[in-house]
Design a binder for this molecule. Structure first.
Ligand code: GLC
Ligand code: GLC
Length: 811
């Protein structure tokens, strides 16, 4: 069953039934200032850091699940309704929610009134615009009452939901004209406040929650709205809110528009006050004046559209399949921007208070984002590298506001350092900017320990070399990419977290996944050394890689697939010998991508085993059989019920590793089949089962051993976005940036006649057409650039003054 449809022309997903199986959300904002908005108006706003600068309150774990947001109520006679259906939940004559590129539009109609709400954050602006249009489509004059509503969060979102003995006393507001100011804690250590305004006179307001709601009413029926009368309340402590009240009279056919703004202001320490206890409102008034008319709003909205046209225009495919095209051209790219901005902090599954920027996560997010805004990718790489230690290890996370490593979480996830080689080499291939390598980057955020960025890559590489176990395979540390494979942890205390508990000191568990990662990104490191004339270092590093390959072949092969690990006791995991967890996806993916044992047929056998043991109707599960009981020597992985999360769930993030492996073998049909199993646009028809948004990837779909296979969770903030984008564009469609130019090497289903793709690379536009007359999957037979045949399959970097055409014939 579907709950809406794609509107590709406008790059929107249009939800026509508000009762989606789970809230289907969108993100507003592109830098610094952000909002989350669900299809029924739920969500919240924050500045930079969802934990420390939360502007509006949101209750996770609520009943019903999505309660609280940026709400509008219309009281028309005795009927109270909302254009986003919630919170009033009155049946509407029509409802539509359009989630677009950094904006959301609601359109609701009831009894001859049509109300539209457009929400977005102008570029470079610290405020959310809500443009409300009310139109009378009936033949009588209408007098309606319009109420806005938001609930302030007392800045620190975690403290806000725990420390009531203090917080119920601190709330402070000011009201001037049509602007409701939130100045809690401004008089002490904060130099920031927030405001909620509307660009016309109001007929009343409320700033105290209980005065507006009534003690016993819910968001669906606030007392003030039901009474049709605000109380003009001032909050002193308790819960400050902001609600405007406007009486609107509309002749038949008449329409009126209002511009609301939710803004955030920072002032200088010595310029905080206008007069005693009165905050300096000048910066707020300037912000309000910037967008105080629908004309000004339109200009900002057009700029936003232009911004996305330009970003998305860098890669555009025409494959003939709408489902694929809308993923590549619109939604997957959009999600890559969101994951770049949010990391794993704020979604409807991440509460915004727990997790900062992950070292491994943010590096991986970059591979789907670097083509969009390379300058921001460069800055991010430096931020991440600054949290590394001199021995190559690193903090697992850092806080976006301070950019400092998070000591409470610590380090020792031994895959972490290697991802820095991935992000750096992808950045240089995309941009040709080798100067990043010379940039002085601190270790442990200590500028006195700064070294050229290249040295960070060297430290990453040798961190593995210096931490090998009994089989000469990489020590896993606290865990590798799989956070839940805690092989040295041995936790028997339900009150401790697997993620932060230290290991047994002499932990000798080894990871085959890190081995594959090391061989693949080790080769990238060697290649980079050769690019910049470090022959000797390249030679030395290659020696270590060769030893690792030998170790995997000798100790890491189980006969039909790669082992996953050696545990604390030196026992195998991911082997025929195991009763459960006989085979795992990660080591098959990484050792295949690294082509370890290709000549001996290992890669082919491994991927055949994935097909046989891990593949199912909804994607490839992480391990099989899933663990049915707790194994203290394996840790968190065995805590999950079978078929969920890291224990036999379809962890969408790692499915592309297998797709890439398949493309290396040239099996384009298999690679594409795996792609379509998890790509959300292909799942739209089973939304009822899938539950989460059909326009973005989720982290996990319940696997074949789960109670409800196919049911998904944790949409939006997942490395799945970047890995799938990377795989479809660079390995299946096969247009891959390299140091020398654009490498073209598609691996597609044999049935395809070909496809077209536009790629802007280092500022140059290429129109690429791939033809497949012989119906093969892989193999470039000949290639023409601007009509002239070229040798090989790399399009060199050409002049910027015109667009270039590239014809690729497979065969
Ligand atoms: C989560 C984490 C990521 C980890 C993965 C597998 O998505 O964000 O860092 O690699 O789970 O455990
Ligand atoms: C849990 C999740 C895993 C996540 C980790 C970090 O273990 O299963 O996916 O990466 O927490 O918070």
């Amino acid at each position: 069953m579907k709950y809406g449809h794609f509107d590709d022309e406008n790059r929107e997903y249009v939800i026509t039934n508000p009762k989606t199986p789970y809230p289907w959300i969108n993100y507003l904002g592109n830098e610094d200032f952000f909002s989350l908005t669900s299809n029924t108006g739920g969500g919240y706003t924050f500045y930079k850091d969802a934990k420390f600068r939360r502007l509006t309150r949101y209750r996770y774990n609520n009943v019903p699940v999505d309660n609280g947001g940026k709400y509008f109520y219309i009281k028309d006679g005795d009927t109270v309704w909302s254009p986003s259906w919630k919170p009033a939940q009155t049946d509407l004559d029509s409802y539509e929610c359009r989630h677009g590129m950094s904006y959301t539009k609601f359109k609701g109609a009831k009894n001859g009134i049509v109300t539209e709400v457009l929400q977005f954050i102008p570029l470079g602006f610290w405020g959310e615009i809500q443009q409300v249009t009310v139109k009378n489509t009936s033949s009588e004059t209408k007098k309606i009452k319009l109420f806005s509503f938001i609930e302030w969060c007392l800045w620190n979102a975690e403290d806000d939901m725990t420390n009531y003995q203090r917080n119920l006393n601190t709330g402070e507001v000011e009201v001037e004209d049509s602007v409701l100011y939130h100045k809690t804690e401004f008089k002490e250590r904060r130099n920031h406040y927030a405001f909620y305004s509307v660009n016309q006179d109001i007929d009343g307001f409320d700033t105290d929650r209980e005065s507006f709601m009534g003690m016993y009413n819910g968001f669906d029926a606030p007392e003030a709205v039901v009474n049709g009368q605000p109380t003009n309340s001032f909050a002193h402590g308790w819960s400050p809110v902001a609600s405007h009240y406007i009486e609107v009279e509309l002749q038949p056919g008449e329409e009126k528009q209002f511009v609301f703004m939710l803004g955030y202001v920072e002032v200088e320490e010595d310029n905080k006050w206008e007069s005693k206890a009165v905050i300096n409102k000048k910066p707020a008034k300037e912000m309000i004046a910037k967008y105080d008319s629908v004309e000004k709003v339109q200009v900002a909205f057009d700029e936003l559209k232009e911004y996305w046209d330009q970003l998305l225009g860098k890669i555009q495919v025409d494959s003939g399949d709408d489902k694929l095209d809308r993923m590549v051209n619109i939604w997957n790219q959009y999600q890559c921007m969101v994951t770049f901005n949010m990391s794993r902090s704020a979604s409807f599954f991440e509460s915004g208070i727990g997790r900062g920027m992950g070292f491994r996560d943010s590096n991986q997010d970059l591979i789907g984002f670097v083509h969009q805004i390379p300058e921001r990718a460069r800055e991010r790489i430096i931020d991440i590298a600054s949290t590394q230690f001199e021995d190559g290890s690193c903090y697992h996370q850092y806080q976006p506001l301070t950019k400092k490593g998070n000591a409470a979480v610590g380090g020792d996830f031994n895959d972490d350092p290697l991802w820095l080689i991935l992000s750096t080499t992808e950045y240089i291939k995309e941009t040709g900017d080798f100067s990043l390598l010379d940039e002085l980057v601190p270790f442990d955020n200590d500028i006195s320990k700064a070294k050229p960025h290249f040295d960070h890559l060297t430290a990453s590489f040798y961190h593995v070399v210096n931490n090998l176990g009994p089989h000469n395979l990489p020590l896993i540390g606290r865990a590798d990419w799989n956070d839940c494979l805690n092989l040295n942890c041995f936790s028997n205390d339900p009150n401790e977290s697997f993620q932060t508990t230290g290991n047994k000191k002499d932990g000798k568990a080894e990871s085959l996944m890190i081995a594959g990662l090391f061989v693949l990104y080790g080769k990238e490191y060697v290649n980079l050394c050769l690019q910049i004339g470090k022959q000797e270092e390249a030679h030395k590093a290659q020696g270590h890689i060769d030893q690792m390959i030998a170790a995997v072949k000798e100790h890491g092969w189980d006969g039909d697939w790669y082992l996953r690990a050696y545990d604390y006791y030196g026992n195998k995991l991911g082997s025929q010998e195991n009763e459960e967890g006989k085979i795992f996806i990660e080591s098959q993916g990484w050792c295949s991508m690294a082509e370890i044992g290709m000549e001996e047929g290992m890669v082919e056998k491994s991927l055949n085993a994935v097909k046989e043991h891990l593949d199912c109707e909804y994607g490839i599960v992480l391990n099989s059989p899933a663990f049915s009981k707790y194994y203290i020597e394996y840790g968190e992985i065995s805590t999950y019920p079978a078929g969920y999360k890291e224990n036999g769930g379809i962890f969408c993030h790692n499915n592309p590793w297998i797709m890439i492996g398949e493309t290396i073998l040239g099996r384009g049909d298999q690679a594409y089949e795996y792609y379509t199993k998890i790509a959300p646009s292909f799942l739209e028809d089973i939304s009822e089962l899938h539950k989460v948004e059909p326009y973005v990837y989720c982290q996990m779909i319940a696997g074949k051993e789960a109670v409800k296979p196919g049911e998904a969770k944790n949409s939006w903030l997942s490395g799945t976005a970047s890995w799938n984008f990377y795989t479809i564009t660079q390995y299946i469609l096969g247009v891959k940036p390299s140091y020398e130019g654009l490498l073209i090497n598609p691996c597609i289903p044999q049935a395809w006649d070909g496809f077209k793709i536009k790629r802007i690379f280092r500022g140059v536009t290429y129109h690429i057409e791939v033809q497949n007359p012989a119906h093969v999957s892989k193999g470039v037979k000949e290639m023409f650039v601007n009509g002239k045949k070229i040798a090989g399959n790399i399009v060199p970097v050409l002049s910027k003054d015109k667009a270039h055409s590239v014809l690729v014939v497979l065969g």
